[in-house]
Design a protein around this ligand. Sequence first.
Ligand SMILES: [Zn+2]
Length: 346
Amino acid sequence: MASLPATNGKNVIAPHTVILGAGASIAMTRLNAEKFGKELPSMDNLVEKVGLAPLLDKNGIDYYGKNFESLFSEIKEDLSKEEIAQQIEKQIYDYFANMEISDELTIYDYLVMSLSNNDAIATFNWDPFLIQALARCSRFTHNLPRVIHLHGNTGLGVCYDDSVVGHINALCSTCKNPFEPTKLLYPIGKKDYTSDPLIKNEWEILKAYIEESFYITIFGYSAPVSDIEAKTLLLEVWEKNASKGLAQIEIVDIKSKEDLYETWQDFIVRDHYYVSNNIFDSYLFRYPRRSCAAFFEMVGMLRPKKPNPFPKLMTVEELYHWAKPLIDEEESGVKYSFNVLKGETK
Ligand SMILES: [Zn+2]
């Protein structure tokens, strides 16, 4: 089992885990367009956006009006179409690999800076925006969350010999060779999370975090309805979480509260959930880097804390300077006092 980061003994706080789906990257690119104006495809327009039509036409594959996941499942099941499947995979990989995060400050930068190295962000997305945000935030601090890629990622590289992963353009820290691209888990009805050693390991890491988490934020991810394998893996480990009776699940999504409750009801304990349609209204962004501690103060100690929301900032550097007092407090080893929160009294 993957191990969690050691605490410094003073701030023994359970982790906050964030799970991102397609809706998170869509929300990000609505506010800050991709650097070259490229758009994120959905399963309904992927053929058109990625430019797969000529390849499909040439091979006599009827795609009109079909959802890409069902179309690709059919192609994968037909062994005579193996070569076409590989060409499709390569074209999808290249489309996503050439996307680049906006130069402006994005939701993903705030997201990365909202958590400490005690926490984790797991993403189902292939786009490299999260790892690019992590790379630019880590120019200022390494006290940032672990990033986990559940479907592989075009921004992530791997050295299978040394079991090391990192930014696709970096070198393996052990053998100093360039990384290989990671495999992507392409959309088929029944997902296989155990065959590829990298994807299997990423899931093991996520499971270790979920088992310990005191706060879970699910942002733009609604797949438990269709992705039974993911739901089973997540639910099995959530059931083992010893503090689940007090812990909170937060869902950030534009869907209705009723729909979201229905999607996530197997995970929700009593009324321990919160729904918001804007990440800036989330608990995570109202208590950056202190979400679990503040939530514990509220439910465990009956001492609600004043929020300390992110202000509107312009650059990653400004974002870092805003977060710096919180980071300094974490690194000092002093138990969180909350006195670094603006307007807060102890
Ligand atoms: Zn290596």
